[in-house]
Design a protein around this ligand. Structure first.
Ligand code: DOR
Length: 431
């Protein structure tokens, strides 16, 4: 039996915090009782915390279709470097992930990745918002999340039908089928390239009002109430959205939400130099919104931190601000930004980056902890004392559109273990 030991670390999971050595049986990839066991391979975790590997509900991998920006392999390597052991891939690929053929292709390409890749699929064919994708067939292949991300589903009646249909689907693992929404009422956001407010006026750029997001948050909460359907609200960015989700949860509705590191770290003032690296949908908002997102993450209104990792080639991001595509990469900086900016304990960060997103994605049997014998070893080892400066170009992603280049942060991923295999050792991917 080949074994791997993690020695000297402090285990932090949903059960609390304890000093413990961990031993993994590499044949099964599972944790075993560590007492007195010597191992074939040792990894030093002294001075570090050992936590459940992170789970990202929102990653654009660009394959099939735009392999110059990212591939499933390069994206999974970037995820592993960020401490993620599972990621949900978004369906705005080319062709769109709306058929069994594309879902099967993505799953085949994901088989050798450095983390688990759970494909989401489109709610509507081609993400066109007109006709439902074959959700039953795709759920039978393992899809648990559907989204037209990149755009919101505008048609109220079609969203109602999608929620009713998703609620009626029964899958073998008993997981919920979740409809995730990119909340953007396009009639109101149309033409806007940044947040509509003081900065967009000063810069002479057309804006998207906060209300473009909030109208769809309001509608989807109403449709969840009407249908009982399971709604997940993606990348919340406004104070008004947070308040509506808070009320929906108080009303007991089956609604969850995520927020991105860029929406809790940056404001629309970052767009002042017209640098397209700061262009993203939904756009960076105001100080008040950033503070509301932080509060929502702290008080449990927002369930998860998700990156919306959106790689774009340098050519694309060198276009003028109003023509460049929206999106920013984020897998390798998410943990440090959460630890640096949210003012939360590591245990609370684990809830936002591992336990809750694993539950929402239907992956709790193997991701998100607890760290106990018998469980698959999906782990991240993090050094909370390390302060470092983000180098946007130093990434395993094929794209380098990080808005955090030059930012000082605290907390770094040292090792990542995926199903018992050390895929990152001392900050370097092993393959
Ligand atoms: O900024 C964004 N970029 N927002 C999205 O919803 C889509 C994403 C992308 O695919 O580039």
């Amino acid at each position: 039996m080949s074994t791997l030991a993690l020695r000297g670390g402090t285990v932090v999971d949903s059960k609390g915090e304890r000093k413990a050595d961990l031993v993994i049986d590499q044949a099964s990839g599972r944790l075993i009782e560590a007492d007195g066991v010597s191992a074939d391979q040792e990894l030093d975790a002294s001075g570090c915390a050992v936590v459940p590997g992170f789970v990202d509900l929102h990653v654009h991998l660009r394959q099939p279709g735009n392999e110059a920006a990212e591939t499933i392999e390069s994206g999974s390597r970037s995820a592993a470097l960020g401490g993620f052991t599972a990621i949900v891939s978004m369906p705005n690929t080319d062709p769109c992930t709306d058929s069994a053929a594309v879902v099967n292709d993505v799953m085949a390409l994901a088989a050798n990745a450095l983390c688990e890749i759970k494909p989401s699929a489109a709610i509507t064919l081609g993400r066109d918002g007109v006709a439902l994708a074959p959700m039953g067939e795709l759920a039978a292949l393992g899809v648990r999340m559907f989204t037209d991300d990149g755009t919101g589903l505008q048609d109220d009646q079609l969203m109602r039908r999608a929620l009713e249909y998703a609620s009626s689907l029964v899958v073998d693992d008993g997981a919920d089928i979740v409809l995730s929404q990119h909340c953007e009422a396009s009639a109101l956001s149309q033409g806007g390239v940044m947040h509509e407010g003081g900065w967009s006026s000063r810069l002479g750029l057309p804006g998207q009002p906060a209300e473009a997001e909030e109208l769809m948050v309001m509608r989807d909460i109403a449709l969840s109430r009407l249908t009982g359907g399971r709604v997940h609200l993606q990348h919340l960015s406004t104070a008004g959205s947070v308040e509506m989700v808070r009320q929906a949860k108080a009303d007991g509705l089956p609604v969850t939400a995520e927020a991105t590191p860029h929406h809790f770290s940056l404001t629309d003032a970052a767009c002042a130099g017209y640098d397209p690296v700061f262009k993203v949908h939904p756009p960076l908002r105001t100080d008040v919104d950033v503070e509301a997102i932080r509060t929502g993450l702290r008080d449990g209104t927002i369930d998860a931190v998700a990156t919306d990792h959106a790689p774009h080639t340098a050519d694309a991001k060198e276009l003028p601000f109003d023509q460049a595509p929206p999106g920013m990469i984020g897998l390798e900086t998410a943990f440090a930004l959460a630890y640096t900016h949210l003012g939360l304990s590591l245990m609370e960060i684990v809830r936002l980056l591992a336990t809750n997103p694993a539950r929402i994605a239907g992956l709790s049997d193997r991701h998100g902890g607890p760290i106990v014998p018998g469980r698959l070893a999906n782990l991240a080892v993090v050094d909370l004392s390390e302060q470092w400066v983000v180098d946007g170009a130093a990434t395993a992603s094929l794209s380098s559109n990080s808005p955090f280049h030059g930012h000082s942060v605290t907390g770094r991923v040292r090792h990542t273990i995926f199903e018992g295999e050390p895929v990152v050792i001392d900050g370097k991917a092993t393959r």
